[in-house]
Design a binder for this molecule. Structure first.
Ligand code: AMP
Length: 409
């Protein structure tokens, strides 16, 4: 028997009930906030990620599923949505504001553990073409509401600003001086990054002690970035979204500027506890070679972890299970099932049409349906028997009144 690959999951019922709830809530909320659906390729040019996410990031250095396709091109299974969404915006010739929502799997070659998979799922929003702080506040508010809506307890939000690239020139030098002074106490990865990507050292868990006293970008914001950040905070206050300032939060990727944030939940305990995160990424479009500047902000929420932080979802799977009591009524029953489904009810039946009434009732009980609708002798008089499974109470109802009868229950 061939088994599934390490770090991948089969998400089946009952766990998948929570997934469905999450994906529906996301879709519903995205529409309410004016985000259109984007369905994105799972495979892109490797260069898209190495340029946007950054050559010296963990994702690009260690985690990408990269291979040569049969045409000799280097391709990569997407490790994230953002770079592809900006590429799509530019490819499509879009101008101005485009608000997009996407959901789907991402691939990162990681050491699997709780909350850390090789194929994992994200729901993602990108607010493209808007430089104003209101857009930052909106994607943050959206994420908070989504977590609230699916019943995640103890939602926490860490917020920071890492300023603009121009603010970082002076700051970068200060940080490098500090890190060089403490070189001998740093992990090998961090030592290597002093020259190539010193900011990345700030979120190295292995170096928490050294990093604790390092200078932070937040203390070196230029006037514009500082104003932007104070407007984001004030909008969140207005919206009643609680947050903690975390001057050490930088997030690993190269494309971010200004606002960065991360959500967590006190009910989800794992080494990897972040439920989602994002930020502003005005530089990204130029990193991938666009001449057009595309100011933008976005968020990616990790479905696998959100689902772990959600309470179990009880679902009544079916409204009606149709039982065929009279074999000669099989085609009537087939039409009846289709008719009920067409009216929006959740309906199932025994597709074999050959099992005994007793075994059809067994299946009805297993299905968790509210009511059994029995197609039998009374059908010729335009009636069906409706039997409530919980109470056993049974009544004969005219076929055309069944929908109303279900509503009245
Ligand atoms: P990132 O793009 O790394 O900021 O990830 C955004 C969110 O995706 C994180 O907050 C996690 O919830 C989720 N995530 C990232 N990597 C993984 C993974 N390997 N397994 C499960 N979830 C992940």
């Amino acid at each position: 028997m061939i088994s599934r690959l390490k770090g991948t999951d089969d998400i089946l019922p009952p766990e998948s009930h929570r997934w469905r709830r999450l994906l529906r809530a996301f879709d519903d909320l995205a529409q309410r906030y004016g985000y259109d659906l984007a369905v994105m390729p799972a495979i892109e040019s490797t260069e898209l990620f190495s340029r946007a996410v950054g050559e010296t990031t963990d994702v690009v250095e260690k985690q990408m599923y990269t291979f040569e396709d049969r045409g000799g091109r280097s391709v990569t299974l997407r490790p994230e949505f953002t770079a592809g969404m900006v590429r799509a915006y530019i490819d499509s010739g879009a101008q101005g504001i485009v608000k997009l929502a996407a959901a789907g799997p991402q691939f990162r070659y990681e050491q699997p553990q709780k909350g850390r998979r090789r194929q994992f799922y994200q729901v993602d929003l990108e607010y493209l073409g808007e430089a104003a702080p209101g857009a930052d506040a909106e994607v943050i508010e959206f994420s908070y509401r989504l977590l609230e809506m699916v019943g995640v307890d103890g939602i926490g939000l860490r917020l920071n600003s890492i300023g603009d690239a121009s603010d970082r020139i002076a700051y970068r030098g200060l940080l490098q001086d500090y890190l060089r002074r403490h070189q001998s106490d740093l992990s090998e990865d961090s030592r290597r990054r002093i020259d190539s990507n010193p900011l990345r050292v700030l979120d190295s868990k292995a170096d928490a002690e050294v990093v604790g006293d390092a200078p932070v970008p937040f203390d070196h914001l230029g006037a514009e970035a500082a104003d932007h950040f104070s407007e984001v905070r004030s909008a969140l206050d207005t919206l009643g979204i609680p947050f903690e300032l975390d001057p050490r939060l930088v997030r690993g990727l190269d494309y971010y500027n200004r606002t960065v944030f991360e959500f967590y939940s006190s009910s989800f305990e794992a080494a990897q506890s972040s439920l989602g995160g994002g930020g502003r990424y005005d530089p990204l479009a130029e990193l991938i070679g666009s001449r057009q500047a595309v100011p933008a902000v976005g968020v990616a929420m990790g479905c696998d972890r959100i689902v772990e932080a959600m309470a179990a979802v009880e679902v009544r799977r079916l409204n009606i299970y149709v039982v065929v009591a009279d074999r000669d009524r099989t085609s009537d029953a087939l039409r009846w099932v289709a008719d009920l489904r067409g009216r929006g009810l959740k309906v199932d039946w025994d597709a074999s049409t050959a099992r005994s009434v007793k075994s059809q009732f067994k299946a009805a009980n297993r299905s968790g349906a509210d009511v059994v609708s029995i197609v039998g002798a009374e059908w010729s008089a335009g009636m069906v028997s409706m039997k409530v499974l919980g109470t056993g109470e049974e009544s004969k109802v005219p076929v055309e009144e069944v929908e109303e009868w279900m509503k009245q229950r």
